[in-house]
Design a protein around this ligand. Structure first.
Ligand SMILES: *Cc1c(COP(=O)(O)O)cnc(C)c1O
Length: 383
């Protein structure tokens, strides 16, 4: 059972053990195979649009003062976010493993759309579980998934949101292990998912090293933690200061946030031991964030390990800091960031003035903000 210090592992029901073990073996095999790697590389290049550029945000840097702020433009990936790096990798793996169907679960719909895209490109069928409340709230993404050939399965149990969709997807996987691949959307879940998703997202950090050398500071937002771990892992043994930014929501004291590493404690959720937002009796807490993609009560186990070891610093950005960072980037650079990515930007705006003009910050701009127009408009109507 592979672990990050005490964190990670595979805390799963007996019925899932064969499926998870098969995945471990097959991933270990294919990830070493040069034909798998070169096929994935060609999809990342010609389909997803990699390399993504690094943009020196000169106007923003000048406005803020201090260090130079650079943006790793994952917002320019096909689909508008880093998620396609992972869905292409896993869909290709599923195909090599001879699986016929791919299942996934989605909250706001972004991972569902990225899964539907990768499956269409690779000629596979995707079925996406989604809480029926989310289906109503995210009609546009539901329509996108259907256009892309995926089936969306509304889940009417419980709170009718992501948590319930995950339960149904896992139940499906247990029932249909032989021909079904479960495509997880972040660096979470039982081993080998956190490692596998990290490997597929590490293309971000590897490109950063190639494109700009070793940056002084690297900053990324943390929901489940996949864009952050993909940024940090290749920089782990370098001198770069690494900062992960969680959703501070209305502030840590308000209880309305998703700051798992800053305000949680270790527990078990979705097959992994990791930091978790929970009450005194171990009940998982409701989360809040201005950005749907950071709204998760757990976090990838490798981040828990990095936090406790002190290699990575984890901070928070509140909704109002995020809204400020969002509009500042729009106005200074003509780039509309995803609200998730604006958390990382908010931290860069705090850190840059404490640094020298000769120093460099890289911010992973995990996605574009077109999806967030309604949310930001309503936020400014109320604030
Ligand atoms: C989904 C998403 C995130 C959060 O996921 P991680 O696994 O933490 O990277 C961040 N940014 C964008 C744009 C997203 O779509």
């Amino acid at each position: 059972m592979s672990k990050f210090g005490d964190f990670g592992g595979a805390y799963i029901p007996e019925t899932l053990v064969p499926a998870v073990e098969e995945l471990q073996q097959e991933y270990a095999r294919f990830s070493q195979e040069s034909s798998f790697r070169s096929e994935l590389e060609s999809y990342l290049k010609d389909y997803a649009g990699r390399y993504t550029p690094i943009y020196h945000a000169k106007n923003l840097s000048k406005r803020i003062g201090g260090a130079q702020i650079h943006l790793k433009r994952e917002d320019l990936c096909h689909g508008g976010a880093h998620k396609i790096n992972n869905t292409l990798g896993q869909a290709l793996l599923a195909k090599r493993m001879g699986k016929r169907r791919i299942i996934a679960e989605t909250g706001a719909g972004q991972h569902g759309v990225a899964t539907a895209m990768a499956c269409a490109a690779l000629g596979m069928k995707a079925e996406v579980y989604m809480g029926s409340k989310d289906v109503e709230r995210q009609r546009l993404n539901v329509y996108r998934m259907k256009l892309l050939g995926a089936d969306v399965i509304p889940v009417k149990a419980g709170s009718r949101t992501l948590k319930d969709a995950i339960n149904d997807a896992i139940r499906d996987w247990i029932t249909n292990v032989n021909d079904t691949y479960y495509l997880l959307g972040s660096a979470v879940g039982p081993h080998p998912y956190p490692t596998m998703v990290r490997d597929f997202q590490s293309v971000i950090g590897e490109e950063i090293l190639e494109q700009m050398g070793v940056p002084d500071v690297a900053i990324a937002c943390v929901g489940g933690g996949s864009n952050a771990i993909g940024t940090f892992h290749p920089l782990y043994n370098k001198s770069t200061k690494l900062i992960g930014v969680e959703a501070g929501g209305s502030g840590l004291d308000s209880g309305l946030h998703s700051a798992t590493l800053s305000a949680g404690r270790p527990g078990i959720l979705h097959g992994m031991l990791s930091y978790l937002l929970q009450d005194d009796t171990g009940q998982v807490l409701e989360t809040h964030s201005i950005s749907a993609g950071l709204d998760y009560p757990g976090v990838g186990p490798e981040h828990s390990y990095y936090k406790d070891s002190g290699r990575v610093t984890y901070s928070v950005a509140t909704d109002s800091e995020v809204a400020d960072a969002f509009t500042t980037l729009c106005k200074t650079e003509g780039i509309i960031p995803a609200l998730e990515s604006a958390h990382a930007l908010a931290e860069a705006i705090k850190v840059a003035p404490t640094m020298k003009a000769s120093e460099d910050i890289i911010v992973t701009l995990s996605g574009r903000g077109d999806k967030d127009m309604d949310i930001i408009r309503r936020y400014y109507e109320q604030n």
